[in-house]
Design a protein around this ligand. Structure first.
Ligand code: F6P
Length: 484
């Protein structure tokens, strides 16, 4: 493997506005991969998601161009424009909600989903079309590469690997999935033909990577039970035709140095003063995309219950919830946002006083504002129903300055690493969550410190460079391993 690394994902490292201004792409995937530029030469292929992206792609004639990242580093980026209707079906119908909901157990199966023509066509004329568009760009980008390696990212691109493999049988394909992999029955929602296409696409990879051992296990189980393939759970191998597909767990670390650097920026300090000014004795914080999987409503219901059961803390505690609106063209997400606002209004009305608003809801995507709050929380609440990793659980503790306690859902990927030093909760158990808020706020200072230090130690023990190195080591090792 000598050439540059080719990355392909739906969301790219930056999005452009109509005036050509670049903003860092949001979410865990971008956070994970942006550190890579300093690690080795990378060519990143992504969808043009906004009108500004499409404009920039056209300006560069659909070819790659160099981008300087807002936080440093340089990428060669190629933005691929798909037909808008196909892209809408891909993103707003099939990837979200269909796959996202399957992979977070979000479907309320007695009510939804109905699989009709709309969903089938969203797969055929949306999901597949965008995968084909990106696959063509990948193949083009590999034209002169002697030993091409492509790293594919996430659930948007399950059918792409097979397309690339057909065009370039010599390619090494590594696919990392940033979200949970659910157990076989969750996948039975999909018509078997679509399911088969998804698994055939994924099994065209050489390696499929997940954040945790349990997602790896679920994937192997799906290959065995849904696709009737031979699998080796111990070695993490699926035997697919003549090929072996390795299935691995690579838990994603955060770039703790960059995170701490950003925490010292002037803008973060400005926000900090504002947070200090408004805070009461205790501050509970959550920072999330406004996504159903994050379990925002149960978090507020637990706080409501906590206030009901602990009148002694009234007027002394505030719950700051910074939620970034996300995927708002998907009806389920738009409705979720409305339910969040309505519930906050009810709780604030129920417990609030003329000068105390128990929940402060900030519906915006502002990393520096979130970082200021990270520094000052007493309790960090991460109660996702299911979450691939959850980087908030890693970012908060390493810049918090108050020995804040983490309340962490046992169904997040981060729990496999951090559970020992967090207060673990079952995300569906509202009473347990309310009790954990009380336990966190009344915890002995020495115990708070012990837990906070334990979290910092684990989180700072690896960085994204290690994460990539582990994957690259397997990429080098696999061709040398004896094939089945
Ligand atoms: O891994 C999940 C992911 O793809 C991450 O990039 C991020 O957490 C989130 O989803 C972003 O979603 P979107 O690209 O739809 O805004």
């Amino acid at each position: 493997m000598s050439g540059p690394l080719v990355l392909v994902s739906n969301r790219g490292p930056v999005t452009f506005d109509e005036d050509g201004g670049a903003q860092r792409g949001s979410g865990g995937l971008v956070t994970a991969l942006t550190g890579l530029a300093s690690h080795r030469e990378v060519r990143w292929i992504a969808s043009a998601m906004s009108d500004g992206d499409a404009e920039v792609a056209r300006t560069h004639g659909g070819r790659s161009f160099s981008v300087h990242m807002p936080g440093g580093g340089e990428y060669h980026l190629r933005l691929v424009v798909s037909d808008p209707q196909a892209y809408d079906r891909f993103y707003n119908v099939f990837a979200n909600p269909m796959l996202w909901f399957i992979q977070h157990y979000l479907w309320d199966l007695s009510n939804a989903p109905d699989i009709r023509r709309e969903e089938i066509e969203a797969f055929e004329f949306g999901y597949n079309v965008v995968n084909e568009d990106l696959a063509r760009a990948v193949v083009d980008e590999l034209a002169d590469e002697p030993e091409p390696v492509v790293m594919v990212h996430d659930y948007h691109l399950y059918t792409l690997p097979d397309l690339v493999r057909r065009a370039r049988p010599d390619v090494f394909l590594h696919h990392f999935i940033h979200i949970p992999w659910t157990q076989p029955d969750a996948w039975r929602v999909l018509p078997s033909r679509i399911r088969a296409d998804i698994f055939a696409g994924l099994l065209a990879n050489d390696i499929v990577g997940f954040h945790t051992r349990s997602y790896r296990h679920n994937f192997l189980q799906c290959c065995r039970d849904l696709m009737e393939l031979e699998v080796d759970f111990e070695r993490g191998v699926v035997y697919f035709g003549e090929r072996e597909v390795w299935v691995r767990a690579y838990p994603l670390p955060i770039d703790h140095l960059a995170t701490r650097r950003l925490a010292q920026s002037e803008r973060v300090h400005d926000f900090e003063r504002e947070v200090q000014r408004r805070r009461r004795d205790f501050m509970i914080l959550r920072v999330d995309r406004a996504d159903l999987s994050k379990n925002v409503l149960r978090g507020f219901s637990a706080f409501d219950l906590f206030l009901e059961q602990h009148p002694e803390v009234h007027e002394r505690v505030t719950f700051v919830a910074q939620l970034m609106p996300s995927r708002t063209d998907v009806p389920q997400y738009a409705e979720y946002l409305e339910r969040i606002e309505a519930l906050v209004a009810v709780i604030n009305h129920r417990h609030g006083t003329p000068d105390w608003m128990p929940i402060q809801l900030k519906l915006r995507d502002d990393l520096e504002e979130a970082f200021a709050a990270y520094k000052l929380y007493d309790v960090l609440l991460v109660n996702a129903m299911f979450d691939g990793m959850n980087l908030v659980a890693k970012e908060g503790p390493i810049i918090n300055e108050r020995d804040g306690v983490s309340i962490l859902s046992e169904n997040t990927g981060a729990h496999e690493e951090l559970g020992e030093y967090a207060l673990s909760v079952n995300p569906f158990d509202i009473q347990e969550l309310a009790d954990s808020i009380d336990a966190a706020l009344t915890m002995d200072p020495a115990e708070r410190r012990r837990r906070a230090q334990g979290l910092v130690e684990i989180i700072t023990s690896r960085d994204p460079g290690d994460w990539i190195d582990e994957q690259l080591a397997d990429i080098r090792r696999k061709p040398m391993a004896k094939s089945h």
